[in-house]
Structures are given as C-alpha cells and as structure tokens.
Ligand binder design. Structure first.
Ligand SMILES: Nc1nc2c(c(=O)[nH]1)N=C([C@H](O)[C@H](O)COP(=O)(O)OP(=O)(O)OP(=O)(O)O)CN2
Length: 354
C-alpha cells in the first residue's frame, strides 16, 4: 500500500456535496482506503479565469492502485459527478488531482507526480499540511511554499464540510415569510422553510451544470435507416427566471440518427429533466434540448416543440388562465426540409387538447 495525497476542488453547484460524494466514491473502491480528510476551505480562484470561488480539501489515501490506474478511477469519478472539461482551469463540479504518491516521481503524458502546480497553490498545500507531519519528505518544502505565496493572492477561509446552502435557503424563506407579514412561528409554517429548502435542492438540481451526462448510446447500422425517432408529450416542470414561478407542459422531440447512433429512450425524459431543473426560459429550454441532443448524438437533425403554461402569466399580471405558449426549433435536415417539419408537427397535439 502506498500513501497518496489528493487535492479536491469544486466551484459549481453544491460544492461541498460534490466533494463529499467524491470522497465516498473513492472510499468505495476496494483498492483505496480513505485514511484522513482535511478541513474544507472556500478559496479564491487561482489562474486567470474569472469564476466562482472554489471549495477545496485534501485526502490521504492508502492504495494498491498504481498511479495510472488511480488516475483512471479519478477520471471515472469526475465523469460520474458531471465534470465537463470546457475551459482550462475553468469552472468544474469536481477536480481531483494526485499531488503526492509516496515518494514516487512520475513524468508521463497523462501524469506528473508530484503535481507540477502543487507548490504554487495554497488551496493544495494548506489542506495537505493538515494531513502530514515533520517526517513527510515534502514537509519543509510545503511549509516554505505556504509562507512564500502571498496570502492576499490566494485567499482561503475554513467552511463547513456540510454544504450550508440548505440552511441559507431556510433562513431566506423565513425572512420572506416575515417580509410578507406572516408569522413563521405559527403551526402551519414551522416546517415550511425546511420543506422549501429540500424542494429547491430538487427543482434546481441542474444549476451550474453544463452537460447532460447520464445517458447511454447504442450503435446499430439498421437504425441508420430510421428516418425519425420521436417521443411525444414528455412532461416537464421548470421555473422562469423572471419571476421564479413555475412553467410546465410537454416536450415533443425527434431526431434523425447518423452513423447508427441512437440514445436509450429512457434517457430523453432524463435529458428534459436536466434542462428543466434550473431557472430558465421556455425559449432557452427549447434551444438547450437541441444543443444537448446534437452534442451527444451528432444526428442528421433534431426537432423540438415545447408547449407550456406559465404561472406568471396565469396567476398575476394579465391573468390569462390556460394560455399555452409553443416554442419550436429545428436543426440539420429538419431545418432544411419542410416536408420533414410538417411530418413532425402533424404528429403533435397541443398539450391540453388531447
Ligand atoms: N482556488 C482554486 N483555484 C483553482 C482550482 C481550485 O481547485 N481551487 N483548480 C484549478 C484547476 O482547474 C485544477 O486544479 C486542475 O488544474 P491542473 O491539474 O493543473 O490541470 P488540468 O489539466 O487538470 O486542468 P484542466 O482544467 O482539467 O485542463 C484552477 N484554479
């Protein structure tokens, strides 16, 4: 078994939740023992990318995995926790870096150990220093580096390892109740802030995530002959970003496979949930369905129709009850071929008129 030190960071969505999930997944691997976990710190972003502060920690593990195999396990965990590599040193749900692997020195295309940036980063050094003692070979170098780096350039402050987002929403809900003249201590409202907090974790579960990753693709030559694969009347529920009020309805989506690539049918409703569970607009939700389907499948074309009712139109202001808004978008062959568009549209009934 080798003693290995990992640095973990997250600055998208529920940061502590991603870090805790990553530590759990590491520990679930039969060849990894989580020996110690450092405190969690909120840290100012290092590197010239303007982005949200990170939450960082470090873990000491004992493992029988060789460095390359450990890196494979790390990449699988990052992928499972929605990591998408878009911008170098940019925002991410999770990053796990191998900092020290015993006293091994590794220089390969995929891996450098010790990590090449380790001694330039307080967000790495300070958590790791919690996990080592004077006998650690790099102890003196870590101590010198921490003092050498200007703390004003790389701020750290301890934060709870348990994400406090839920507490913040509970407190904010209590403030709103008070502000509207309610009594948050009355029997019917005592549990409301906690219910709202738990609900928000569900309806805003996609906040900060860019790519839908929970899908499985299949390849079959004969599906290349399929002209159109369509799913109708997929229900969705979302929240408009103008009033933070619900809009909901149905999605009708079709795509034309290319190179025999098709997606598991159950993943399309999940993709719809993914693009819905955030503050958005119906127009943007429509676009995002096309964009995600195109990125995942590289199809010959995608067609989407969204029919929705908007609580902000029905419950306040113009109070136009039952009004249905339709947004439509075509891409690829659908965009170029009127007959294909008509075939798709004729298969759809307006929601609420079934
Ligand atoms: N305060 C923080 N700032 C930065 C962090 C962080 O965790 N806290 N992380 C980064 C980097 O994106 C991350 O450490 C990965 O960097 P590195 O391993 O050096 O390079 P990669 O090849 O993994 O970088 P990619 O972004 O994956 O290309 C920056 N700042």
């Amino acid at each position: 078994m080798e003693d290995v030190y990992l640095s973990l960071g997250s600055n998208i969505g529920n940061r502590q939740q991603y870090l805790n999930a990553a530590i759990t997944l590491l520990g679930n691997n039969r060849q990894i023992i989580i020996e110690r976990v450092a405190n969690f710190y909120e840290t100012s972003p290092v590197g010239n990318v303007s982005q949200r502060p990170f939450v960082n920690t470090a873990v000491k593990i004992a493992t029988t995995l060789e460095p390359d195999d450990l890196l494979l396990v790390i990449h699988q965990i990052e992928k499972r926790l929605h990591r998408s590599r878009k911008i170098h040193w940019g925002p991410r749900t999770l990053d796990i870096d191998i900092i020290f692997y015993g006293q091994r020195v590794v220089h390969s295309d995929d891996l450098e150990i010790p990590h090449p940036e380790a001694f330039n980063r307080r967000f790495v050094l300070i958590p790791i220093k919690e996990l080592v003692d004077h006998s650690f070979p790099y102890y003196e170098q870590i101590t010198r580096a921490i003092t050498h780096i200007n703390s004003k350039d790389q701020e750290l402050k301890p934060v709870s390892a348990k994400d406090n987002r839920g507490n913040i929403i509970e407190r904010a809900t209590t403030s709103i109740l008070t502000a509207i003249g309610e009594d948050p201590s009355r029997a019917g409202l005592l549990e409301t802030p906690n219910r709202v907090s738990r609900m928000d974790a569900e309806i805003f579960s996609s906040v900060g995530l860019t790519d839908f990753t929970d899908y499985k693709l299949f390849h079959s030559e004969d599906s290349d002959q399929s002209k159109m694969i369509m799913m109708n009347n997929l229900p969705f529920y979302s929240m408009c970003e103008h009033h933070m009020m619900p809009f909901w309805g149905s999605v009708n989506v079709a795509y034309m496979p290319a190179n025999g690539t098709i997606i598991g049918l159950s993943k399309i409703p999940r993709l719809i949930d993914f693009v819905s569970h955030k503050l958005t607009l119906q127009e943007r939700l429509t676009d995002e369905i096309i964009d995600q389907m195109t990125r995942i499948l590289a199809p010959k074309g995608v067609a989407v129709v969204v029919d929705a009712r908007h609580m902000c139109v029905e419950m306040r202001g113009v109070k136009s009850r039952g009004a249905i808004t339709r947004t439509i978008r075509f891409s690829g062959d659908f965009e170029r071929n009127q007959a294909l568009q008509n075939e798709f549209l004729s298969a759809i009934k307006v929601t609420g008129k079934q």
